[in-house]
Design a protein. Sequence first.
Length: 205
Amino acid sequence: MTNFLAWIGIAVAFLVGAIGWIFAGVANSRAKAANTAAGESNRIAKEAVEKADQANLIAKDANQLSEDANALVGRSVAAQTEDWHVDWRAEWNEAGSLVILKNRGRDAALDASATVSAKLPDKRVYAVEKWPDGVLPNTDVTLMVTDVLDARTRHEIRSAEIMDANHGSSVFVVPGSFLLVLKISVRWRTGEGFPRDQEIELHAT
């Protein structure tokens, strides 16, 4: 009888131990699953934070672009509605080989500059002048274009050669008069700092 009871105790102990191992395994499995779920949650949370940061950055860039666009629109409207009048007239001074620019507008041309160009058969005439202090209304400024004087001198020499050649020829050739088209490009700024320009053509004789 005693042995029987002993065996029953052993069996019960074994059964209790087995059940303990089973519950322990289940608990470990659930703990592992919980750790996995927690890791996945942390990853999702990290991605959410990163996407939120990206969204904030995009929103910040969008706000900056909107501000820049509004500023550009404002500047464009101001440039179109600004009441600042400058008007240029040009004259040619043959004796001094000068382009005389006259500001006949109501306002000053600020930070003004002008470029003169013309095409000759053998070269290109080019002259540049700047007036960083501006050109006041009803004020004249000049650009010296010495290449025109040189071109006129060469034309006169060539014309004289042609006339001399006419004396010994049965064909009388009349040399053409000297004429050069100068293209003048004037640039300046208004009182609000907006750039303006005007193109002028002038005949140099």
